[in-house]
Ligand binder design. Sequence first.
Ligand SMILES: [Zn+2]
Length: 744
Amino acid sequence: MNVWKIVGGVFGGALILAIGLLIGHFGISKTSEAPSWVKDLSKDVDEAFIQEFMKEVSSDNIREHLRKLSMSPHMATTKGDEDLVKMILNQWKDPKFGLDDAKEERYDVYLSFPKADQPNNVRVVTSGGEQKFKSRLTEESLTADQSDPDVVKPYAAYAPSGVPKGKLVYANQGKMSDFETLNKTIDLRGTIAIVRYGGAGRSAKAINAAKFGVIGLIVYTDPKDINDGYASKSQTYPNSWYMPPSGVERGSYVEDFGDLLTPYYPAKNFSYRINENDIKGRPPIPTQPIGFEDAEELICQLNGPEADNSWQGGLSCKYNIGPGFRPDGKFNDSSDVQVNVYNYAEVKSSANVMGIIRGSVEPDRYIMYGNHRDSWVHGAIDPSSGTAVMLEITRVLGTKVKAGKWRPRRTIIFGSWGAEEFGLIGSTEFSEDYYSKLRDRTAVYINVDISVFANATLRAQGTPPVQNVIFTAAKQVKTPVSASLSVYDNWIRYFNRTSTIYNGLIPQLGTLGAGSDYAPFLHYLGISCMDLAYTYDRSKTSARIYPAYHTAFDTFDYTDKHIDPGFTSHQAVARTAGNVLLRLADSLILPLGPRDYLETLENYYKTAETQFSAQLTNRGISLVPLKNAIARYQKFSDELDKTISELKDAKETPLRVRMINDQLMLLERAFINHFAFPDKLYYSHVIWASRSSSIVTFPGIADAYAMAISTGLQKDWDQVHHHITVAATAVDNAASTLETAASV
Ligand SMILES: [Zn+2]
């Protein structure tokens, strides 16, 4: 039996009926109201619906989502991670409160793990081979969570295996300047260095060390940097939010992001893979993180001169730099330190879970919202605090969609990314897999990773066009502490700046680096991005990050008792992020502010002029083309701004609305130049690419200038000229994107 014939028969009859209805409808439409799609086309954001959404966001639900998400350790690709893939899919496919559709998408990605049966450790051994000290293999069990057999033992992902042995030195934060200082008085060749977290990236510490002949690296978290100095058991978790003495920060020790074997291409089973030995930015030497309890055993026994004041930390002794141990201490002065690392690499299948709510009017325009799912251990704060918020937003919106009460104008795509902790892998592979479609159709990407670091204030990072929509949303959300204080008014107390565009004080929007899954969307695809969270009162703590970060103590209990009791900060973030999402998805004109880029461009220009113009003039290199491009940007962003403000009151044709929206969507794309930074993987955004120079201006110009000054070579001054052209062309292109479309 051919089912399709029967279906065809039914459809055929329905089609004739439909045509009849349409003829009837248009027959009378001249004298009555226009067809319903005309109304839909001009429908703007519904403020009452936003209020309804915010009211329904429940702190109890977020707490319950978080409890489930953080029940078991869920490192990328483990059983715990796969269980959450199913849990999120189930929620997003639920007939009552699910989304229109949800699916998992998998990539075969290159990961690094410690051997379960041969734990990494650090030892002190005498010249006779006697073991005097061995570091803990696991963190202390302070609640039931730490004794879960699936807790991964502390390790430095992507550090090579090996068992190097040598005299110990203390190298502060492992910056280049730290090793240069040490190298003046100590021959570092063949030594083992111990460094504290902070100051330099994880992999940079190991790469810097190896340059000086160091053969093994130990990394620890100093209580001065993470615990405001508190180090005793009674002062730390479970008695407070501070890191217990046995806590160890795990992490990825690689510089680049994305799957390491398939740069620029999705890691599918058929994809070409580079040779493992060609991976760059990995530690060249065995590296192992330890807790400060163990670090104290080593550092407080060091011989040699006292370290500089700025190198001293919070352990209970004066830090000496070594090399080797004191003759009058616990260890024999001929003792060595041995770093035993047994990491191995494996290609494993990692899932992204994608959920979708189809847009009614512009289904081919996307607003994306994402967070990673994988953690190092239980990951209650990182990343489950963000995922709990995302699940609550999708629950409320899914319920409205299923009840037929709401459908966004544009399509909303939710992403639960896999393997972020290893280097933003799931989101990067997705960006590569759907490169063209995302580049052509995505207006904004919203990232909410850790949603609550602490419960003092909102912290927002993003590119300038998104700041105003965050302001609008934050003004409508109440702070957890007071119903008369908005998130906006609270935020401006903590982070603010004076703006010429806004004629006064506004909250300070932070800039985006590459710390979470927004990185491929911003740097590679050129999509306007933001990252939202609640964060610290810096007058109360100087903790480098929340103290349980990447340890076995980042648990539900930790969050529930010490980070956000009552989950009201989570709720405030969910309301703010959801409010932003709805404005972006439903507004007739995308609420993006192209004029807001002008302050960044002008500040960059002023800095370049003050810092570089004397040397540039000597060499006949001019900044004027860049100045002209910025002036042109100002002209057309002002004009577009005026057009949009006049448009609000008029009845516009849908095509004109679409045209303006495309200009707004494509503005960020105009700053992308895939040929500008050939040495920097993925970084293509001329304004936000990574920068080595400390001078805050166009990154290409700043780095080229620093190089030219240090070498004095003509070819390097030519590169400065080249990067001024790159920047001027990008700004000029952005201006042209904003210019009236009929102009050439
Ligand atoms: Zn995270």
